[in-house]
Design a protein around this ligand. Sequence first.
Ligand SMILES: [Zn+2]
Length: 334
Amino acid sequence: MNNLELIPVWFIALYVGLFGLCVGSFLNVVALRGLSGENMVFERSKCPKCQNQLKWYMNIPLLSYIFLRGKCAFCKTKISFQYPLVEFICASMFLLSYFAFGLSLKALFLCIIFALFIAMSTTDFLETVIIDYHAYILLGVSLLYSYLNLGDVNIIQALIGAGFGFLVFEVLARLGYLFAGCRMFGEGDSLIALGLGAIFGWKGLIIVIALSILIQTFSVIPILIYQSFKENKKALCVSYILVFFSIILLFLMNHFQFIKNDVTYTILTIFVAILLLWALKNILAEIRNKKLDETKEGEEKFCLMPFGPALLISATICIFYVAQIKSYILNFFS
Ligand SMILES: [Zn+2]
């Protein structure tokens, strides 16, 4: 009998969770100091406002935030909610990996991969930046993961997947120059796709991308609708609403088979397509305007909202459910 089997599951889970909290706390530092270019590990934590060095008991993941009621003990400045959130998410992902795959090499690798996902999402959310070496570490870990046959693909498929992911995103990003005069995504998204391709292979990556577009649509478009409504850009607001509802319509039409192969289906499709063209025209015009504003500030930026977090959330879901999502998509288009 294995010695580990004598230890109760809840006891191991407690340690995995606590370890996840500590790693999450470290990831906050990795993300922030990565953005500011400071020394990563060897400096002690300071309050960003009053520069006082934190005592050890002010630095305990999650608990310190609760005891200090979200404020710095010295200057009472509010501590960003990012800190406990990242710690909590990291602990949850470590626990999920443990419950799904036990104390195994696979679970360990998944914890490292999820930690990198969290660091990259954090920098992308904060400043729409993916730090290059985060992406390269992900690529290295992913290739090793596939080389050790821990995932669904072997090392050859992983290498092909990485190349495929990078190429697809670079081509899509550069298509933006044709239509809107700027990249559709930042370079960071191509780098993420490089690493994800090495985990999923090119077939799996297509599923990850499909799911991420869905996640992006349902999270970003409502924000865009709200923003354009507030700025009183009526045509733009209606355009975003149209895009949002035509995607829902696409789902309904495929879900309810009776609409398919029908005259109503054809007429409806043509009608929606015309509306969508009008909407796209408005959205592209808005992107061009924004692009002009930004070049005035001398800043080269991409036109869409950060796509990285949606891609990474999708990848996280796919690590656990890629087979189920694949069969759903296959049914969808059959
Ligand atoms: Zn302070």
